[in-house]
Design a protein around this ligand. Sequence first.
Ligand code: EPU
Length: 432
Amino acid sequence: MEKLLINGGKRLTGTIKVGGAKNAAVAILPAALLSDSPCVISNLPYIDDVIVISRIMEQLNARVAMIGPGKAVVNATGQIDCKATSDMIKKMRGSIYLLGALLGREGRVEMLLPGGCEIGARPIDQHIKGFEALGASIDISHGTIKAQADKLVGAEIYLDVVSVGATINIMLAAVKAEGMTTIVNAAKEPHVVDVANFLNAMGANVKGAGTDTIRIKGVEKLTGCEYSIIPDQIEAGTYMIAAAATGGDITVKGVIPKHLESVTAKLLEMGMEVIERDDSIRVKGTGRPRKVTIKTLPYPGFPTDLQQPTTSLLSICDGVSIINESVWESRFRHVEELRRMGADIKVEDRIAIIQGVEKLTGASVVATDLRAGVALVIAGLMAEGLTEIENVHFIDRGYERIEEKLAGLGADIRRVADGEAALKVVNSDAVV
Ligand code: EPU
């Protein structure tokens, strides 16, 4: 078990480049199973979720070979196993996309139900509704889902909730179905568009991604392509928040500023300076943030995946801020840890009421999920003294070399093995 140690209070400055989008990568890799020849995928982030989905695909007989930094060839030209029973499936949510990809490719799939961060119930009824509308029969028992179809035929599918996962999974199952599929009330996230662009690069006919109606005209076959994944807007947003949190001045490079409009808007409302260029965003922290009200929503609303780091930033706001988490029902587990650091936050159901305090103080805290972990990193950077964060493996699922990137901006942060951390805490001047 590793930990992160942060000696807070340092102003972060400089330029940072974000990697490829996690939530696009974990869908695009399985999507490559639909191709009858190899696909070259670049700008892949080197994070645990990408490593895990690649390993699962290899166990199914696909070959995922790294051919350069962030560049892989996926070769699924051989016989692919449609029974996915690896325990790794339970480690991550993205494994759900094997369902749509294998159903679309082979007309059948048997798989353990996927896991992922514990942030709510994470039902898959809308995925199932979509597969059934395309003609698949579904059986769920003993923690395993089986889907099977003699033939997939296009259909009109109305999603009862706006779901990223269901939208992508239905696209994967429908690209080779007979006729036209329409997804109504589709998710509009940038990674949904990225997956659609990847499918089209392989020869699919997907139109309307990025709007709430996606039309997919089935094609007979998909062939290999070269594709570069979009930048990760959540990683970018995290570093924008880090700039605001430390009174810093950070330029986040290699981003699509449009994908971050909601974050930019809220940082401006907090009184921060934000300067957008073609492919970079510069954030200058200007002191304690002004109080704001935020409601998380599907894109283009404020992303739930940045709610947790934003809570950390607002813990030192001037006044009372309100955050309404409308996407996930239990995504406030980081709050208890922030309280250990001196935050004054009450949570009532899906609403956090944040009474800003003047400062946070370092403490020993535990990450309970990926974005909770990164929220604690932000808190540690802001806090006076030493913060020790346990369960770093959650952060590694979605952030590449986070401590190296932050250290490059002037943070005093390092990764240590469990025993070493304890020793340093005992010896540290920062501990009172
Ligand atoms: N929902 C249903 N039925 C379904 C599917 C979803 O009711 O069949 C509900 C969920 O309970 C939730 C809402 O719809 O309340 C949205 O869920 P969605 O399906 O959009 O989420 P997801 O596909 O499981 C992805 C990301 C999450 C991100 C959400 C929302 C991946 C691998 N995960 O999850 O990312 O929070 O979309 O944007 O793409 C993260 O990166 O930290 C993370 C959790």
